[in-house]
Design a protein around this ligand. Structure first.
Ligand SMILES: Nc1ncnc2c1ncn2[C@@H]1O[C@H](COP(=O)(O)OP(=O)(O)O)[C@@H](O)[C@H]1O
Ligand SMILES: N[C@@H](CCOP(=O)(O)O)C(=O)O
Length: 478
């Protein structure tokens, strides 16, 4: 039967390899069932060495059919310059479910194909033709004084993942290889079932029916964000995980949905939102109805199960899927002239511990104190030139800093002694996130601020490092 004209530039082809049958067979679903755009590349599909067959075929395959198909597809792609195509290849091979997806990000027309191959797709492990991509996520400083659990600022220290997805091979399954350099390298788990970033990625994949990482995955992490210092290292790790899962599974989730997944893991929105979208950001969690509240309040151990040593493929399957639209945000203006001096004590303070010391109830006086300042601060930091008198007062807080001072010797002294009067250029000074880092916002005079903070901290026996940071853009996948 002759093939109709090729469905360029958008077409899809589904090939299923049934390795269980003898001999193994593959089906090529009739690509004519797929909606496509007008022809743009005048070449027939069978001009390329792709094993296309008429509808209802069941064709004997050689043991290395998969490799042959991949080679053929590569040649095929080498001949096409128009990026507007989709090629989707769900397969079962050597008894293991696999999926090869070669598609441009914004594509349509997968629905028909997915319907025809639902079972294969749901069981599938995603395997790409070899490619490398990078995920870059910024550090964040949350709260900025009065905005406890509300505002976050992305800063120019980064967590970077370089990911190599190998081409499918017939070798035995190899678990992900994790390499780690930079901050936290000595303590971070390199087992993909234990590491925070890869566990979050697996959570995302499993919520989309993909049960495990593909064989032979390599992830090199380089981290500039110190752990447990109030610079959002865990928020960055969570966002990196969400982006990693989205990329590995070719899930193509919109940013709002990625945020939902991140919020199932890190349940205050300030760090993760700023790390994802970048800039000076305010966010809130939507009030959920009863069913959604229940769905969103499952214990963290169920969202991200602690995988035991002998975790098999089925451990932690079917995790809770986040309700839609949990987090909402707005980006405020930021005056270009403002830089951040991060004064980083040389000790760690876990966010969990720094949250335990906070009260459950506040006086109306203290709440109004913070609300008044936050309302002014979100606009004041976008004004040029920034007004030190307005900002210094607007960065004061009565909701978390007073309770955390016992955990951070030197905090009250540093925030009260260093002022715009004593240190020209200073705009405001606060605890960064849950601490112990102190964040000083300033237009100049950075070194004097940092060195004087060093002297004050030293009197309490605390050594510091300091970094001059700028406001960074959000996370990038390239
Ligand atoms: N890149 C990372 N990879 C794996 N785990 C990380 C990473 N960054 C942070 N973490 C985990 O998060 C912990 C720090 O989180 P947290 O106490 O919230 O402090 P902060 O977010 O202020 O740095 C680390 O001790 C580590 O367990
Ligand atoms: N609003 C949170 C922010 C925690 O930030 P981190 O960078 O310390 O993780 C809090 O103050 O607890």
């Amino acid at each position: 039967m002759p093939h109709p004209d090729p469905p360029f530039p958008s077409f899809s082809l589904v090939i299923s390899l049934h390795a269980q049958s003898t001999p193994p067979s593959y089906l090529v679903f009739p690509w004519t069932s797929v909606s496509y755009q007008a022809p743009a590349v005048p070449a027939p599909i069978n001009a390329y060495p792709i094993p296309v067959v008429p509808p209802q075929p069941s064709v004997a395959a050689t043991p290395n059919t998969l490799t042959m198909i991949i080679r053929a597809l590569r040649q095929f792609f080498a001949n096409i310059t128009n990026p507007n195509y989709i090629l989707l290849v769900p397969t079962i091979y050597n008894g293991r479910p696999r999926t090869i997806l070669l598609l441009n990000r914004s594509e349509c027309c997968t629905t028909t194909l997915l319907e025809s191959s639902t079972r294969l797709w749901q069981d599938a492990e995603t395997v790409m033709v070899s490619r490398t991509f990078t995920i870059t996520v910024p550090a964040t400083s949350a709260n900025i004084g009065p905005g406890f659990d509300v505002v976050g600022l992305s800063l120019s220290l980064h967590l970077t993942l370089t990911v190599v997805q190998p081409e499918p091979s017939e070798k035995p399954y190899a678990p992900p290889l994790l390499k780690y350099t930079g901050e936290g390298a000595a303590e971070v788990p390199l087992d993909a079932y234990k590491n925070l970033t890869t566990r979050v990625a697996l959570y995302l994949l499993r919520c989309h029916g993909i049960r495990s990482f593909q064989s032979g995955l390599e992830i090199h992490v380089n981290n500039e964000i110190p752990f447990g210092r109030g610079l959002g290292s865990s928020g960055a790790a969570v966002i990196a995980g969400v982006l990693l899962g989205n990329e590995l599974g070719r899930l193509n989730l919109p940013q709002e949905r990625l945020l939902d997944f991140a919020l199932m893991v890190e349940r205050h929105p300030d760090n993760v939102t700023a790390a994802l979208v970048g800039g000076f950001v305010g966010s809130y969690l939507r009030e959920l109805d009863d069913a959604a509240t229940e769905a969103a309040s499952v214990p963290l151990s169920e969202v991200l199960p602690e995988y035991p040593e002998d975790a098999g493929e089925d451990w932690g399957l079917n995790p809770p899927v986040p309700p839609l639209g949990i987090g909402h945000y707005v980006r405020f203006g930021w005056s270009e002239s403002i830089k951040a001096v991060a004064i980083i004590p040389r000790f760690e303070l876990s966010t969990a511990k720094a949250r335990e010391v906070l009260p459950l109830q506040y006086s109306r006086k203290d709440l109004v104190f913070n609300l008044q300042r936050l309302a002014v601060l979100t606009t004041a930091l976008g004004q040029s030139p920034p007004d030190p008198d307005l900002i210094y007062e607007a960065m004061k807080d009565r909701v978390h800093q007073p309770y955390r001072k016992a955990l951070i010797p030197g905090l009250p002294e540093v925030t009260s002694v260093i002022t715009p009067t004593t240190h020209p250029g200073l705009l405001g000074i606060c605890l960064s996130g849950a601490g112990p880092t102190i964040l000083a916002l300033a237009t100049h005079g950075f070194e004097a601020i940092a060195e004087d903070a060093r002297t004050i901290f030293k009197k309490t026996g605390v050594e510091i490092d300091w970094k001059l940071l700028t406001v960074a853009s959000g996370s990038i996948v390239s």
